[in-house]
Design a protein around this ligand. Structure first.
Ligand code: KG4
Ligand code: ZN
Length: 331
């Protein structure tokens, strides 16, 4: 089965073609229009998706070396996300499905992230513990089986990616904050500043990141601009280390408690170099298998959406042409 994927929930316009779950093409166009604003501007994101969607889908079909008549179904992100941005992908997917007389299926963006790991790890089978860390989510999920998940912990305030982006902004690191902070941190000393590790001893698997933003803010207020500039990589590395330690400690203890042998980390923040290395060192030492998708499959892409759609289509599920977009994750 060939599934065309479309993803437009935030600032990436993405499309792909999968054949029986294997990537034939995977095109991601990151919108540059937000750079001058230091963050994603929803209205501009919708307009950019509208401009890009046709050429991105066309490129995905061309790179897969098929014709559009060779597509069997379309999977599209329809929740959660920026609703104006989602609507562009959903409407285009429905129109194309209508024209080609093929099924369309709406996919939850986070369920898509959870499936990104299967794209290149074909041997991997549930159950496993999935840490999902993105710009809007931080969740520990017991991936019991396809379509059967149990959330065992989540952030009580900000998402981990949001904390990366806000701290990057405070440090004057340009958009996109998370990946740029990661690069700068590589030259820094992770023990230079002692930032807090909120909720590390909370006795549950929930997270909190808003206090970390405040801690960095208070720390910066006591520094001169020259000191901040001089110590930028040390500050970035210390913040990143604190986040990595929280994520790794909680995840490993959740895996122990659930007696799960495999840990999977997905979502944009799973591209972070220190989170990857600390998770690998710590969890492997304690006898767990750790699997990360490649960084390009951690950040937003359509292949993860198409894979999740393919799994659901195989079960006989599909959406009808009243499919619409929802900003919230509860639907
Ligand atoms: O999954 P994603 O691409 O989009 C959402 O669903 O939100 O995640 C985006 C988030 C952003 O907050 C971005 O700064 C963060 O992932 N991110 C990173 C890195 N790459 C992306 N954060 C830290 N280090 C990275 N290398
Ligand atoms: Zn995402």
């Amino acid at each position: 089965m060939r599934v065309l994927g479309i993803e437009s929930s935030c600032d990436e316009t993405a499309s792909c073609v999968l054949e029986d779950g294997k990537i034939l093409s995977n095109v991601v166009s990151s919108q540059l229009v937000h750079k001058v604003f230091g963050g994603v501007v929803p209205e501009l994101a919708s307009r950019a998706h509208q401009k890009l969607v046709v050429s991105v889908v066309k490129q995905a079909i061309e790179e897969a070396k098929i014709s559009k008549e060779g597509i069997d179904a379309i999977a599209v992100t329809n929740r959660p996300g920026l609703v104006g941005a989602l609507l562009v992908g959903v409407n285009f997917a429905k129109s194309l499905a209508f024209g080609l007389e093929i099924p369309v299926i709406g996919i939850h963006h986070i369920e898509g992230h959870m499936h990104s790991v299967f794209l290149e790890n074909t041997e991997l089978k549930p159950p496993f513990l999935n840490l999902i860390v993105s710009g809007g989510h931080t969740q520990l999920v017991n991936f019991i089986d396809f379509g059967n998940y149990k959330t065992i912990g989540k952030t009580v305030d900000d998402a981990c990616g949001e904390a990366f982006d806000k701290v990057a902004k405070m440090l004057g690191i340009p958009f996109p904050g998370g990946p740029n902070l990661d690069k700068i941190a590589q030259a820094g000393n992770p023990e230079a500043c002692n930032f807090p590790r909120p909720m590390l001893g909370s006795g549950n698997f929930d997270f909190s990141f808003s206090g970390m933003k405040t801690a960095v803010k208070v720390f910066l207020e006591k520094q001169t601009q020259d000191e901040i500039t001089k110590n930028l990589s040390d500050i970035a590395a210390s913040f990143q280390e604190a986040v990595a330690e929280i994520l790794v400690t909680k995840t490993v203890s959740a895996a122990q408690s659930l007696k799960l042998k495999t840990i999977v980390v997905t979502g944009g923040v799973a591209a972070n170099s220190r989170i990857r290395s600390l998770m690998a060192e710590t969890a492997v030492k304690q006898g767990f298998k750790v699997v990360f998708p490649r960084p390009v499959l951690c950040t937003d892409n359509a292949a993860m959406i198409a894979f999740c759609g393919w799994k659901r289509l195989l079960k006989g599920e599909k959406s009808d042409l009243t499919l619409t977009a929802f900003p919230s994750e509860t639907i």
